[in-house]
Design a protein. Sequence first.
Length: 394
Amino acid sequence: MQPGPQEIENRVHELRRNHPSLLLIDEAGRSTQGRPILAVTVTDPATPDDDKEHALIIAGQHGDEETPRATALALLEWLVSPAAAATRRRQKIVVMPCVNPDGAEADSHLTATGIAPNLDHGPDGPRSPEGMAVEKIAYQLEPELFVDMHARGFAGCSFDMVLYPATRPYTEDDNIFHAVAARMALAGEKAGIPHMTHPLTWPGWGGDDPDEPSTTLFAYRRFKSLVMLTESAESNAWAYPMPLRVKAGLARVRCALDFGNRRYPRLPHAGYPCALVAGMFLSGIVAMGDTAARRRQSRIEAWRHRDAFTKLERCTPEQDRIKKLLLHYNGPPLRHPVGVQTFAAGRLRLTVAAFDQKDLAAIAQTWHDGCATLTVIPVEHLAPGTHEIEVRYN
């Protein structure tokens, strides 16, 4: 199955020689049989790292799936091109083009010891060096975006897929993930291959069991990453031409990366839409910070204590331009700031944004989404207890 691990290694090092300032190669680990598991970082060294979104794109977890490995190489070639300049300025992207090099060499679905790397992320940690390599890079990056590229063996000339894991109930995550997946599927269809999209709901891959060991659930649970799993149709007997399969795969991942370059309409900061850690867009808790790195710290700390946000309730009946809320938080004091987000209908001007009777309107963020005025009140160190929020507009 091509490209094999040696071809991938050769092409990655060639890209490094041709673009030494843009591309770095890290050996994330060694496979069971001693082959290097590469992690390739692409970013613009002229822009500050602490204000960059992080993306992790992995391929080749199953050795008998060739399209994802070829797509990963095409992605690296695109990332060092002039067309990707804006993405390099705003993001640090790490691509692992061949997580299972032993399997790729043997055209085997599993590793040399019979482990499926994508199902090697249970509560006790990975057993295989391939799973360890993925987690090592993931913990280094704590990515906002995580894309796991696969192929549908024996599918032939059928359809590609964009899938996402089951999310926490009563949050915006399901809406966000579905919207992103739909956009990615559309991009793939414009490249020429039919697509479908739905949640990863079957056991062992993306159900709601907290002990399920899939890579996609690992990234969502640990980091609240925006997680997508893609499937390319292929088979040895019949398949779309490789250039077409790669074109569709590249279109999907480029579409996903574009979400890191702009602001989601109902979130306060530019970047991937994973900042909402509890509640909804119109009454929620969001990550805060003046850089991407600080928002990342805020997101992951608050996400770790997500079950401690037991309630964020709006006081009813609501007034038109006065909004009152009660926040119940029973976790430890947070070291990093978070924001309380709320709204009022119409295009209004904020006059008061009080948290526990302290007016923070001078440092609150407010914006309009076309239907409503949204406001985020920053809370520097959220303490446990019941907190009162009052927002006034005129």
